[in-house]
Design a protein. Structure first.
Length: 240
């Protein structure tokens, strides 16, 4: 049974169909890559899953419970956390305090929230930056802080929206390592990403969107050799 099930989801903005009858599932412990050209509806799908937008049609289920229609904080409390494509930390607060704020979703005391935060920033490689005011961080570290803030809510599922965008090769390798370690912790992941070599390397399954519709679904090898996907997005066959 899939941990997350998207069933016939459509989302309209006025007369514009951003998503049309999308269905897929994410198995517990897997990494599902969500790919497609710009404007394909990827972030809109994330926004529907985590409650920023209600679906115009269809339903979303998490652990067999309907979550479509709930507010983002309710869905986060149930165990789905997310990052954002444009990172916006609490700029006047330190790295540690940013993560402590997220930890308070689950715990009541400052002591326990700080314990969770310290463990999380160590896990994401930010321990040496714990006292740095977040607005002074370079992009690569702000991306890691975004992941740390989400992890501090102790999710069962993590939605990552372009967590690799703008990173240099060294930062890219480090972030791939973090995501693999997140999976090792048993956290299920859905990730939007344009780095195809990355998405092919880390994903158990890939869903391809194009113009708000599901174009294909399958393993990285199947997607990399799907002529419809190659024509619409990849440009040339990818090796898995």
């Amino acid at each position: 049974m899939a941990m997350l099930e998207v069933k016939g989801v459509s989302r309209f903005f006025g007369g514009l169909a951003a998503l049309t009858d999308i269905s897929f599932g994410v198995e517990k412990g897997d990494i599902l890559g969500l790919i497609g050209p710009n404007g394909a509806g990827k972030t809109t799908m994330f926004n529907v899953v985590n409650g920023f937008y209600p679906p115009s049609k269809g339903e979303v289920y998490f652990k067999q419970k309907k979550i479509s229609g709930l507010k983002p904080h309710q869905i986060c409390k149930m165990g789905i956390a997310r990052t954002f494509q444009v990172v916006k930390p609490l700029q006047r607060m330190s790295v540690l305090d940013n993560v402590i704020a997220s930890a308070f979703l689950r715990v009541k005391t400052r002591t326990r929230a700080e314990e969770i935060a310290l463990d999380t920033i160590k896990f994401t490689g930010l321990l040496d930056d714990r006292d740095v005011i977040s607005k002074g961080l370079p992009l690569g570290k702000r991306k890691k802080l975004e992941i740390a803030r989400a992890l501090a809510t102790q999710p069962e599922m993590l939605l990552l929206d372009e967590s690799f965008a703008g990173l240099n090769p060294a930062e890219l390798d480090e972030s791939i390592g973090i995501i693999r370690r997140i999976k090792e912790r048993g956290i299920t992941i859905m990730i939007i990403e344009h780095h195809m070599k990355v998405i092919m390397a880390i994903s158990d399954k890939i869903v391809v969107l194009s113009y708000g519709q599901k174009l294909a679904e399958g393993t990285p090898k199947e997607i990399g050799n799907n002529p419809l996907v190659v024509e619409a997005y990849l440009g040339e066959a990818e090796s898995a």
